[in-house]
Design a protein around this ligand. Structure first.
Ligand code: 3H9
Length: 693
């Protein structure tokens, strides 16, 4: 057989040709891989000694999709469609043998084969939606023909990876073969096909599920309605749905044309560019230039958490979820009991929703123990302090920990505001002190800001990042500064939102702009949720800010039924005439005259100072790279992923425009406002954050 390829080999096993792709890390469909499939299958078809063909991959996974790094570059080699046609039109049966993950173009390749076998640990999915795309190689037309419309809608709009057993039940996979014996299993399956003279099954020709779907056109409207909140702002889910509609209503080849047109639209969209950028940003964020991948880490087998409040309890759940025992320390028994019962309640709620078994709840609770004695933490490998924000209290605590806890343990603080370098001075081992800033609710929010102090060792950084990954967080490294990356940028927005209140915008005007931009809520709805009285004391309150006046009027947020907004018993927010009057009276007292503020000004005044702060964070070396800042804002604050994060968004606006607008608004931005020299320089040079190396 005349076939040679740098990424594949073809051998014949007693009449069965086995085409093995080997293109690390994930056998993505680069030009050489597409060429190998096309030419390899052709060579096997042309060889009279071959009766059937198996397509299999070496390495960790079956084809994980198109090569995302190749998007936007000039196409080379045969198209994926040409390779698929070679397989689908083969007069000899072609069997895909799946291990790892068959994703996107990978699953589409498998769908162009006549049959599919998989090992039980394999998973299949069409995750293009997560990249702001749709499956562009016939997947939108083939998947519903096999699994039906409802399941295709769910899979394609969620991007979920479906376990092999479920794939078998849905008909997506024809047979499961023994784990670790994929090649033998696939070859045996091919022989069985030949022996039983099974037909060449082309998914494109299946129609029974489509006939069924044509009787229920309402399924699409219902699906859109049920998911409206989840899909808000995103283009890709709707485009995926339209492709499935085409699969139902158009002949296969017409459906392919619809798919192509909608795919091209998405591929050229800013949304997809943003989501693809985020894909790589999420992988980049773990890489720390001066902490190499082989840095030794502290094996974390036992964790101690100080403070069993909402934060401490939430943090503890993360560890119990992955089987790591936790000792929670409190100063009072009632607080400890309350903390543990809140955790139990959370788990039981999850169990009620069917996502945990009763036994799993008990297993996790058994991993949590409580103590009133700090000495109980002596043999912990990692301590996370989550007490209230007071430097003196924290320093005293760390001084005690220094005396109690075994050498070499990670001494972490969950502070969101305080200077970690100063906390570290309370110990004789500042190299072991680090920030691990969780976001509330800590058992739910994906972000973990790992904060390195001046003296924090590489081992402690690698350990905190590694444990972050283990507990399912996305960890971003920050240096020490007030608010670290996330809250420092938040402050820049808060200052402007407050300033605009004093110029005539109402809280709901500002919140609406931020919500419409794609965040889950605006700054005032967020304050109401958190409680306006965080750090407020009635005895010290002097009506000097709108927040103080609201708190004095007992409008302290959602928990009191009123804050910036009025709330009904279901906690639905309504603009409040009371708040409006409070703001207007306050302005009158200050001699400020309200003016009409446009939505554009609200947006630019909220967002551009955030970008400016992000640039300062970069020039001060607080964040390693712009995409880390974006990861923080997407995962910690709900920045819409389809806008790529504040720094990516800045690139889409144009840095020159951002700077020009900041200069225009400068007189309103506050006495302390300055433009970042880095931002100005980059704007002048026509640069983009995403090109920063
Ligand atoms: C598509 O298929 C469109 C078609 O419908 C249209 C055709 C016309 N390309 O995640 P990991 C890299 S769209 C290029 O850390 P894991 C990744 O950057 C695609 N590179 O490993 C990383 O590089 P590095 C649809 C890719 O074991 C390394 O591989 N498919 C690609 O935790 C390891 O990745 C997807 O969206 C790629 N497609 O997870 C699947 N995929 O080491 C995307 C990965 O330099 N991929 N890399 O940082 C994944 O979900 C995960 O990578 C996977 C492995 C589950 C496969």
């Amino acid at each position: 057989m005349a076939f040679s390829s740098p990424v594949a080999k073809l051998d014949v096993d007693n009449g069965i040709a086995v085409l093995t792709l080997d293109s690390p890390p994930v056998n993505a469909l680069s030009a050489p891989v597409r060429t190998a499939i096309h030419d390899g299958v052709k060579a096997a078809i042309d060889d009279p000694a071959v009766q059937a063909i198996v397509l299999i991959c070496d390495g960790r996974t079956f084809i994980a999709g198109a090569d995302i790094t190749g998007f936007g570059k000039a196409p080379e080699g045969p198209t994926l469609q040409a390779a698929q046609n070679m397989m689908e039109n083969s007069p000899k049966p072609v069997v895909a043998a799946i291990h790892g993950t068959a994703l996107g173009g990978g699953l589409e390749t498998a769908l162009a084969c006549h049959y599919r076998v998989a090992v039980p640990s394999a998973k299949c999915g069409l995750p293009e939606v997560k990249l702001g795309l749709l499956p562009g190689a016939g997947g939108t037309q083939r998947l519903p023909r096999i699994v039906g419309v409802q399941r295709a809608l769910e899979m394609m709009t969620s991007g979920e990876h479906v376990p092999a057993k479920q794939c078998l039940e849905m008909g997506l996979v024809d047979e499961l073969v023994e784990e670790g014996k994929l090649r033998e299993g696939a070859v045996a399956f091919a022989r069985k096909l030949l022996a039983e003279k099974r037909p060449l099954k082309k998914v494109r020709d299946l129609d029974d599920k489509m006939i069924e779907a044509r009787k229920h056109p309402e399924i699409f409207a219902e699906f859109r309605k049920a998911n409206a909140r989840k899909f808000r702002g995103f283009m890709a889910p709707e485009h995926n749905i339209r492709c499935i509609e085409a699969a139902v209503n158009q002949p296969f080849d017409e459906g392919l044309k619809t798919e192509r047109a909608l795919f091209t639209e998405l591929m050229n969209s800013v949304q997809s560019a943003a989501q693809r950028y985020v894909f790589f940003a999420e992988r980049q964020v773990w890489k720390i230039p001066d902490v190499p991948a082989d840095t030794p880490v502290v094996p974390v087998k036992k964790v101690g958490i100080i403070g069993a409040g909402t934060m401490g309890g939430g943090i503890a759940m993360n560890f119990a979820n992955v089987g790591i025992p936790v000792t929670l320390v409190e100063t009072r028994q009632e607080a400890l009991d309350r903390g543990l019962s809140v955790v139990r309640n959370n788990y039981e709620n999850t169990a009620r929703r069917g996502r945990l078994t009763v036994e799993q709840v008990e297993q996790r609770m058994r991993l949590l123990s409580g103590s009133l004695d700090l000495n109980a933490l002596a043999d912990c490998d990692m301590i996370i302090e989550a007490v209230f924000e007071n430097m003196e209290v924290k320093k005293e605590l760390f001084a005690n920990l220094d005396k109690i806890v075994k050498q070499g343990a990670v001494l972490a603080t969950n502070t969101s505001a305080l200077d970690i370098n100063e906390i570290a001075t309370a110990t004789s081992r500042p190299q072991d002190v680090i920030g691990m800033h969780f976001f509330s609710p800590a058992n739910v929010m994906r972000l973990l800001e790992v904060v390195r102090g001046e003296k924090t060792s590489a081992t402690m950084i690698a350990t905190a990042m590694g444990i972050g990954k283990k507990i399912g967080k996305i960890a971003a490294l920050s240096g020490v500064c007030p608010g670290f990356i996330g809250n420092r940028i938040l402050r820049a927005r808060t200052l402007q939102a407050q300033a605009m209140l004093m110029e005539g915008a109402m809280p709901w005007d500002i919140d609406k702009v931020i919500y419409d931009f794609g965040l889950p809520m605006g700054p005032f709805a967020m304050s109401d949720l958190a409680g306006l009285d965080l750090g407020w004391f009635r005895e010290r309150s002097t009506s000097s800010t709108i927040r103080e006046v609201l708190c004095e009027a007992d409008r302290r947020g959602q928990k009191t039924g009123a804050g910036f907004y009025d709330y009904d018993e279901k906690r639905n927010a309504k603009p409040s005439p009371v708040t409006e009057k409070i703001i207007r009276d306050f302005m009158a007292k200050q001699g400020a005259t309200p003016r009409q503020i446009s939505e554009t000004e609200i947006l630019e005044r909220c967002i551009y100072p955030m970008i400016n702060e992000g640039a300062k964070i970069l020039e001060e070396g607080i964040a390693i790279r712009p995409s880390d800042i974006d990861i923080v804002w997407i995962n910690g604050y709900g920045w819409p992923v389809y806008r790529g994060g504040p720094m990516f968004y800045a690139d889409t606006v144009g840095l020159d425009k951002v700077v020009a607008k900041l200069k225009e608004y400068a007189p309103k931005l506050g006495a302390d406002f300055t433009i970042s020299p880095l931002l100005e320089k980059m704007a002048a040079e026509g640069k983009r954050f995403q090109d920063m190396k």
